[in-house]
Design a protein around this ligand. Structure first.
Ligand SMILES: [Zn+2]
Length: 244
């Protein structure tokens, strides 16, 4: 993984304004892992993708993670503090992991979902339909007894078993956090979505960066390119001289 310059990161943020989350994740990874082809990146399992996003987030914004989560019971906004290492506590998978699953008399061969699956399913307006499409794309073969079979419709039982198996084999794709409310004592599990979390941070960062550019350009007449090429430390020192 390589570090990203301020200008590169701003470009990614700007391009991402009209992108789906799955495409935003890929453009962050494409910049940080130039040695990997776009096709290879899109074929990483979601857990592998998320492990890389967590590593990139750590490189850019540090290892402390602070998230605000509303309690579903009393509405209190709870502040959660953890580290990027806590998110990566489960082992990463080898690429293209395949597993078999027997359910309702069928014998299924499955692979883990990847970014390509999310991108193709992202065009569906219906969330349940997207989810079914992703599961279907991850079904490599279906047998009933010894003979190949067709699964015209995924029954709820099969869909549930497939989703559960995929979550098991790619645990980083589904990071669950145990949360308990300090006010009403309600306890629940929430999924930590690194893509949306990282993107929200990136948006706030981009807003601050553009403000800094504005302040320095107004005061010194430097171009955006010149200001972004300064180290964060020097930018900060100039901003302090301006009393910003
Ligand atoms: Zn509560």
């Amino acid at each position: 993984m390589r570090g990203l310059t301020t200008a590169e990161l701003l470009d990614i943020w700007e391009r991402g304004l009209c992108q789906e989350p799955a495409a935003r994740a890929l453009s962050l990874l494409a910049a940080a892992y130039p040695e990997m082809s776009p096709r290879h990146l899109a074929a990483l399992s979601i857990g592998q993708r998320d492990a890389r996003l967590v590593a990139l987030r750590e490189a850019l914004f540090g290892s402390d993670v602070e998230a605000l989560v509303p309690c579903p019971q009393c509405g209190e906004r709870l502040e959660l503090n953890f580290s990027t290492a806590d998110l990566l506590a489960t082992p990463e998978l080898e690429p293209e992991t395949e597993v078999t699953l027997s359910v309702a008399g069928y014998h299924l061969r499955l692979r883990t979902p990847n970014s390509q699956d999310l991108l193709e399913a992202g065009n569906q307006s219906d969330l349940a339909q997207s989810r079914r499409q992703i599961l279907r794309r991850c079904l490599l073969s279906v047998n009933r007894g010894d003979a190949p079979a067709e699964l015209a419709n995924l029954s709820a039982e099969i869909g549930e078993a497939v989703a559960q198996k995929l979550a098991e084999i790619d645990p980083l794709a589904n990071i669950q956090m145990n949360i308990s409310c300090s006010v009403c004592k309600h306890a629940w599990q929430a999924v930590f979505d690194i893509v949306s979390f990282f993107w929200t941070e990136l948006e706030a960062w981009a807003g601050r960066m553009l403000q800094e550019v504005h302040a320095l350009a107004s005061a010194y007449g430097w171009s955006e390119q010149e200001i972004l090429a300064l180290s964060p430390m020097r930018r900060q020192v100039y901003l302090e001289m301006l009393g910003a």
